[in-house]
Design a protein around this ligand. Sequence first.
Ligand code: NAD
Length: 490
Amino acid sequence: MAQRLLNYINGTWQTSGATDVLKVLNPASAVELAEVPLTPVPEVDQAVQAALRTFPDWRRTPAGKRIQPLFKLKALLEQNLDLLARAITDECGKTIAEAQGEMQRAIENVEVACGIPVLMQGRNNEDIAPGIDEHLIRQPLGVVAAITPFNFPGMIPFWFLPYAVATGNCFILKPSERVPMTSGKVFELIESAGFPAGVVQLVHGGRDTVNTLLDHPGIRAISFVGSTATARYVYSRASAAGKRAQCQGGAKNPVVIMPDADMEMTPRILADSAFGCAGQRCLAASVAILVGDARRSFIDPMVAMARHRKVGYGLDAGVEMGPVISSESKSRIETLIGKGIREGATVLADGRGSSVPGYENGFFVFPTILDGVPPRGDIARTEIFGPVLSLMRAATLDEAITLVNERSYGNMACIFTRDGAHARRFRYEVNAGNVGINVGVAAPMAHYPFSGWGDSFFGDLHAQAEHGVEFYTQTKIIVERWPSDWSRRF
Ligand code: NAD
């Protein structure tokens, strides 16, 4: 029988009494790896109560002391990077190199949060009025929770966890029920990093567990990453319950390719962006808008990149792209490719119906390129979240920018050009929170917020860096007067 994954509550590993469980599968082989409990309300409440009890002491712990477990965690993550990366590959499907890169990004967020004694400093003015001083200080919120998606099981929890605890909050993670094992391994390291019991907790589950967190009066803030439909729902339910919420949603990222782009570099970078992580990145290029005669030199090398990408099990040597997350995902993607063809697109590389020798049960979709996708059709607007690149045409940069700005999503937009004026105009005018110039995945490093716009984000303050610090703290203003002569009348 597959192992049942444990929750980590109040500093101990606990077997959930959940009667509902889900299977965790290796998407390359469909082999069952574990079963994940859908944690019921009383056990979620136990985690929240433990956090509430711990919070008063944790917030009083000096910031310089609160970051010591994070320094230790950074070292543990580095020492165990390969083990964690293998866990990611096994349950999520991406290649081992992609999984290692993901863990590196997680570690960078721990590094940034270790700067909290400086990052959460306030400010003040002496004599803001005669004899009166004014101060702004930042205080933690209390108990906060994060709900994360399947596609970056190692990295995304770290967009939140380090900032939340460093600023003095107690933190509960509800990872994706499709990839819960990486979090289990991370929490084994958290257990030895020296956090007091109740500061960081792990609760497995699905939508009911999420609802319990959203409604729980003990939780002050919710961080969420996932699809737009769920992000919108989580944002409204959490806000209605009076919580702060930051909810990152889905994407459909356009890339504009100008005729003067470097056509040796551009297809190579685009292939990594569109097909890396099997297209299951919220910053994957999914639409390439070819301006003028860019298509003449772009299409052949791009199609060659798609056809030659080595697809397989991410731990096998030389594999460049793994499976998608589930059989449902595979059939959804294949259905959408068919829909694109029915809408009038021509398929230049067709990844449907393919399998990998030795992994015939795996959920593989090979790289796919659709040409002549109608810009206002469904496929141009639907997030496919698989290794599918749609090509469109535009006569001018103006027209391309219009196409970019017609979308409801605003996670990322990129341009490939050698012309600085074109690049500057693009950067200035596009409605997207993350912009790439001759870059295929404009992922903000941990020192910057992850700035999705439009339907890609609900909230004000984003994940990472100073936005994370602001999100997890509330400002308090102190206006004070200390007369040297109390007998004076005011
Ligand atoms: P998802 O929305 O299905 O699930 C995300 C989380 O929400 C999971 O923990 C899941 O348990 C929970 N959930 C799912 N349905 C729910 C419901 N009805 N009620 C309450 N909770 C629910 O997303 P996913 O498939 O795991 O992840 C892929 C999506 O995430 C894609 O759309 C991708 O673009 C997006 N994503 C966005 C970013 C970003 O930074 N904007 C980053 C990574 C992934």
